[in-house]
Design a protein around this ligand. Structure first.
Ligand code: GLN
Ligand code: ZN
Length: 771
């Protein structure tokens, strides 16, 4: 039984890659220094895996930015606009690569970066391949071959190159002009795979891992034919190479028969996300084939220790049906999505020893894979028994821990009734009461919450965290910033003010730190995109709110002004989505626990006299399951969680929500079901096109379509914003429209923010005169 791995985190245990790349971009280290940093990380990763006992070790899973971008360069799918850089400037291949990822503004060139989007339902972002109708492909980059030789030398063994599968690669790209479907490019792409594979074969490669996670998405006939065609082609050309096709993140669904029949040597399935896949597969003709089944039993998407007994059950079931030689064991997906090494968490960090023993990061997960293979081979050995026993002890300790279990929280979730998900009256009645109370003009102006997090704000927070500033000093500083922000907003004439969020580092971390049931690691970084890493909080126990979290800041800000100040909270779905969640309880239940904590905060804000409360849910769309059939159930509890959080207040208290980063077209009904009094959304990049969908839907409640893009320092003119407001007024009733930017302003500078918001206020005034 082979123990193998699909991919290892490439950022380094202490974010070495981030530091090296950013230094290179800033011109502080040389090209060679950066290459060397990459080499060191790869070497460490390979040796770590080898020392753990992994037999078949991946190569080409390393990337300086993103594996899909690597592949676009490998097959020479370089968008036209980068050709001048590729051909005329003395830029290295790596500079061209970074230009594609990050854009390029130098030497008289102004090249827009390639688009970036989420990798399936993870928080990893890949660079979207761009295709043209006359797209051609050829072998361009040597990276793959170089890394193969490098790994072979380091390991003294033959590594397993990891390549994006041809169909998933095309599928995840985008047509940049009309008149063709990207899968039509398959015939042109496959010859390049042929070239690549014959080079690898000459270098001595045996096993090739082709990642085809696209296989878990609902596929139409065109897609299914593409998979069958691609693998028939590769099989015919390479009868001797061994192909492992890797799927992950979901079940195959209707693609199961297709997956079973692929003419490949091994198939990897994710038994963490889809435990039933094994039974389903064993009922098919797969049993009678020779294909190896790679069992993804160790969770590559979360941080909990494996339930060895449970995994062993799956392994034994597979070996009973297929024989030991046809079963491999692996993590469920690439370990890219887990932090690197739990050993980097020292006792002084946020993870208490009690919680730490329930966790496994990438390195620890390798050890689990090895344990499983060893135990499966000799289940009655002393070693096996002691591992199983130790694992059981930890799991039991976790299950019974007082740290986790709060019966009062569990009861409250169980006792939730329909009544808890409804406001007292329907929207129309609430709207009348709110208008009476708030007396806002038509086209009321507001912002999304945060104001620029200046150097000064960040330095003060860092000093406070290091103990160089007392709590009193830090809070005095935040008060001063808040007061400045209030005066400033009054000055430019906004209607509904915000306190500015200066006390918050991050919209999820801030709440996680104040809620019970959350833990924070010291080095638990996961790559989000390029050099950007995130450190998701770990939800380990029942969630409760020891005390009010935001009330005093909201109250303070409101005390400074006659104008309404919005209370500002992060919603339950977003908090859930951006954390590592418990695996011993459904996402739904965890989300409802968070929702109850937020509900209490909302009620407390109301009691403190706050008349408008915003509950941000930018991640609602992102939580949508990969397979269509699972979406209704998710939307049902996600919408319910929001409603639970928002429904504890009186009619005249106005509940806002905010969403961004997403295409909302296919979830307008669920958004309407949130029944927020006001929603502010990101629309300006689509020039309000998005709003048409809301218009066609007759979206009933109030809505603030973002009138300018906050992701760019560019200051929009008031005329531009008036035009957008006119567009909005064409599709939605004027009395329901708000005027606001696309999202929070924390990444902007004050200078451009001031100009932009002044123009925005003016645009609202113009719009008012026009009605
Ligand atoms: N209130 C948050 C802010 O303004 C919202 C951030 C977000 O939507 N991502 O920063
Ligand atoms: Zn936003």
């Amino acid at each position: 039984m082979v123990a193998h791995n699909l991919g290892y985190p490439r950022i380094g245990s202490y974010r070495e890659l981030k530091k090296a790349s950013e230094s290179y971009w800033a011109g502080k280290i040389s090209h060679d220094d950066l290459l060397e940093a990459g080499q060191r990380i790869r070497r460490d990763n390979w040796l770590t895996q080898q020392q753990a006992g992994i037999e078949l070790i991946p190569c080409n899973d390393f990337s300086f930015y993103d594996q899909m971008l690597d592949w676009s360069l490998t097959v020479d799918a370089i968008p036209e606009r980068f050709r001048p850089l590729a051909e005329t400037l003395p830029a290295t291949e790596l500079d061209l690569y970074f230009a594609m990822a990050r854009g390029y503004q130098k030497d008289g060139l102004d090249l827009i970066a390639m688009e970036m989007t989420k990798w399936f339902d993870t928080n990893y972002h890949y660079i979207v391949p761009e295709f043209r109708k006359n797209q051609s492909f050829s072998l361009r980059s040597e990276k793959l071959f170089a890394e193969f030789d490098e790994a072979k030398a380091v390991l003294g063994a033959i590594p397993k190159p990891v390549l994006p599968g041809p169909v998933t690669y095309l599928l995840l790209g985008k047509e940049k002009e009309a008149g063709f479907h990207r899968l039509e490019l398959l015939d042109r792409l496959l010859p390049v795979y042929e070239q690549i594979l014959s080079r690898l074969q000459k270098q001595g490669a045996e096993w090739i891992q082709l990642d085809e996670p696209g296989l878990v998405l609902n596929a139409d006939e065109r897609e299914q034919v593409a998979y069958a065609t691609a693998y028939r082609f590769l099989r015919e050309r390479f009868p001797k190479l061994k192909f492992l096709v890797a799927s992950y993140f979901e079940c195959f669904g209707e693609n199961l028969p297709l997956a079973v029949q692929l003419p490949v040597d091994a198939l990897h399935i994710d038994l963490v996300r889809c435990p039933n896949q094994l039974d389903d597969l064993l009922k098919t003709d797969f049993v009678h084939r020779k294909t190896v089944l790679s069992l993804g039993v160790v969770d590559g998407r979360n941080v909990w220790i494996n339930d060895l007994n449970r995994s062993l059950g799956l392994i034994q079931k597979a070996t009973a049906a297929l024989g030991e030689n046809r079963v491999w064991v692996a993590p469920s997906c690439s370990l890219l999505h887990t932090p690197c090494d739990l050993d980097a968490e020292t006792t002084t960090s946020g993870l208490t020893p009690g919680i730490k023993q329930w966790l496994a990061f990438a390195k620890q997960k390798l050890a689990e894979v090895i344990k499983l293979v060893t135990i499966a081979a000799q289940p009655t050995s002393d070693q096996a028994q002691s591992w199983l026993c130790e694992n059981e002890t930890r799991l039991t300790a976790r299950r019974q821990s007082a740290l986790i279990n709060r019966p009062e929280v569990q009861n409250r979730v169980r006792q939730l009734t329909d009544r808890d998900t409804y406001r007292n009256s329907a929207f129309a009645q609430r709207q009348a009461l709110q208008h009476q109370r708030l007396t806002l003009p038509l086209f009321p102006t507001t912002t999304i919450g945060s104001f620029p997090q200046t150097e000064d704000v960040r330095i003060n927070r860092a000093k406070f965290r290091k103990g160089e500033k007392t709590l009193a000093q830090y809070e005095a500083f935040i008060q001063k910033e808040t007061e400045k922000a209030i005066r400033w907003q009054e000055g430019i004439g906004l209607d509904v003010l915000v306190h500015g969020e200066f006390e918050r580092n991050d919209m999820v971390e801030y709440f996680g730190e104040l809620l019970g049931g959350f833990a924070f690691s010291q080095n638990g970084w996961v790559q989000s995109y390029g050099s950007r890493c995130v450190k998701p909080p770990i939800i380990y126990g029942d969630i409760y709110r020891p005390k009010a979290m935001t009330v005093r800041w909201a109250e303070y800000a409101q005390s400074l002004t006659q104008k309404p100040v919005k209370g500002m909270l992060t919603g339950p779905v977003t908090i859930l989505q951006w954390s590592f969640v418990r695996d011993d309880q459904s996402r739904r239940d965890t989300c409802l626990q968070i929702a109850l904590a937020i509900r209490d905060e909302v009620v407390d804000l109301e009691k403190a006299g706050i008349g408008i409360i915003q509950i941000d849910e930018p991640a609602l769309r992102e939580g949508l399951p990969l397979r269509r059939e699972n979406r209704p159930a998710y939307l049902d509890w996600a919408v319910k969680a929001f409603r639970v959080s928002a429904s504890g207040v009186r009619d005249e208290t106005q509940i806002h929500t905010h969403m961004c980063y997403s295409e909302f077209n296919d979830i307008i009904q669920p958004i309407a079901d949130l029944d927020a009094d006001v929603i502010t959304i990101e629309t300006s990049r689509s020039q309000m096109e998005l709003l048409d969908a809301f218009g066609q839907f007759n979206y009933p409640n109030e809505i603030g379509p973002g009138v300018y893009d906050i992701h760019s320092p560019r200051v929009p003119t008031s005329a531009e914003m008036v035009a957008l407001l006119n567009k909005a007024a064409d599709v939605l009733p004027v009395r329901n429209l708000w005027v606001n930017p696309d999202c929070g302003l924390k990444t902007r500078h004050w200078l451009e923010t001031e100009q932009a918001l002044k123009n925005m206020v003016q645009a609202a005034q113009t719009a008012r005169h026009q009605v």
